[in-house]
Ligand binder design. Structure first.
Ligand SMILES: C[S@@+](CC[C@H](N)C(=O)[O-])C[C@H]1O[C@@H](n2cnc3c(N)ncnc32)[C@H](O)[C@@H]1O
Length: 349
């Protein structure tokens, strides 16, 4: 490929043993990938990706994609096996992009993967990513530090509970709290934090299904708050006002089934895509043939657009019913007809 040939350094390092880029994918919104990360993913032969790398982002790149995540319910690879997999591809002389959610060095086990590369004489570069904490901070209008209110911030893990730490910083961000929220809140209270300290849980930060739960430390300890992964817990007086009403929540969330349409502009709305499975008349070029892996939470979608009758059929096999609040639009009358036939709903103009 031209891009590779132009890159003298990559060619040099790639000549014998391949080369590995450890890349931070950012917290979810595909546009939060760095320019350098995007360049490397375009040039890569293989992308080994983790949990929490969004399918929208993966769909932008044509390299072979291999899932190495650790979701409990599906097949998973232990860290050593992941290291081996990275080494195997590099030894075959490939350009490997090891893609991790957020930043690879923030609770990402990037250190262990780099150590394996170092020990085996494989060349590498590390490309940072926007961490979930920074993504959540920006997409909920919650500054992690704030003059006169918060002059220190700590990033901690909420799991496993035996490793819980409660640092004496103004703001604390806890990662991995989905199953340990109450234990973490109790530990923070036990350490002497005022029960009136504001608390926010941010689920799916920077994604169309971002959800924020707020309260005081005392209230959150009393209540029952089902939290699903990925979620962060942020504690501190800098959570000043109702952060649920933020610039990101005010954007319309549009789901595009099929080919994109010029009527939707990314600057004013959040666009997400349904790729479904390959079908005859659905243009899959935008997805690079990538099949949808994650289940879309349609309750967070405001508008749904179908670009062909095939897309309607495809979508219907995945999601046979739609929440009432979704506004549906179609590219033409034939597509509209297919939609009415399958979903038994009229288009509301
Ligand atoms: C293994 S850690 C990876 C962290 C990642 N390397 C980073 O820099 O953000 C996984 C945890 O990150 C947090 N996380 C990742 N993406 C998130 C998101 N979009 N919204 C909220 N939390 C997220 C959750 O706490 C999740 O359990």
């Amino acid at each position: 490929m031209d891009a590779k040939a132009e890159d003298g350094v990559t060619n040099l390092d790639n000549s014998a043993r391949g080369f590995v880029y450890l890349v931070g994918a950012g917290p979810g919104d595909p546009e939060l990938l760095t320019l350098k990360g995007a360049r490397v993913l375009r040039e890569a032969d293989v992308i080994l990706y983790d949990d929490l790398v969004s399918s929208e982002l993966l769909a932008l790149f044509s390299a072979l994609k291999i899932y190495t995540g650790k979701r409990k319910e599906s097949h998973h690879l232990e860290q050593e096996a992941i290291n081996e997999e990275i080494l195997r591809h590099a030894r075959e002389g490939k350009i490997v992009a090891r893609l991790k959610g957020g930043d690879p060095f923030m609770f990402g086990r990037g250190g262990e993967e780099i150590e394996a590369l170092r020990n085996n004489g494989i060349g590498y570069e590390i490309i940072p990513g926007i961490s979930a904490a920074h993504g959540a901070s920006a997409y909920t209008e919650l500054p992690l530090t704030m003059r006169h209110i918060s002059s220190s911030v700590a990033f901690c893990t909420g799991h496993p509970v035996r490793h819980l730490q409660v640092p004496d910083t103004d703001t604390i961000v806890y990662y991995m709290v989905a199953s340990t929220l109450h234990e973490v809140l109790d530990a923070v209270a036990l350490k002497g934090r005022d029960e009136k300290t504001p608390v926010a849980v941010v689920q799916n930060a920077t994604r169309y299904n971002q959800k924020i739960i707020t309260g005081t430390l005392g209230e959150m300890r009393q209540g029952v708050h089902p939290v699903s992964s990925p979620a962060l817990l942020i504690i501190g007086a800098n959570i000043l006002h109702s952060i649920e009403d933020n610039w990101y929540s005010r954007k319309k969330k549009v789901l595009i089934a099929g080919e994109d349409s010029e009527r939707y502009r990314a600057a004013t709305m959040v666009k997400l895509y349904f790729y479904g499975k390959k079908s005859e008349d659905a243009d899959q070029s935008a997805s690079g043939g990538f099949e949808q892996e994650e289940h879309l939470e349609l309750d967070f979608v405001d508008e749904l657009y179908f670009s062909s009758p095939g897309c309607v059929r495809d979508f219907h096999t995945f999601y046979p019913t739609l929440p009432d609040k979704i506004l549906v639009t179609t590219v033409d009358e034939t597509t509209e007809g297919e939609y009415i036939k399958l979903f038994k709903r009229e288009i509301v103009v």
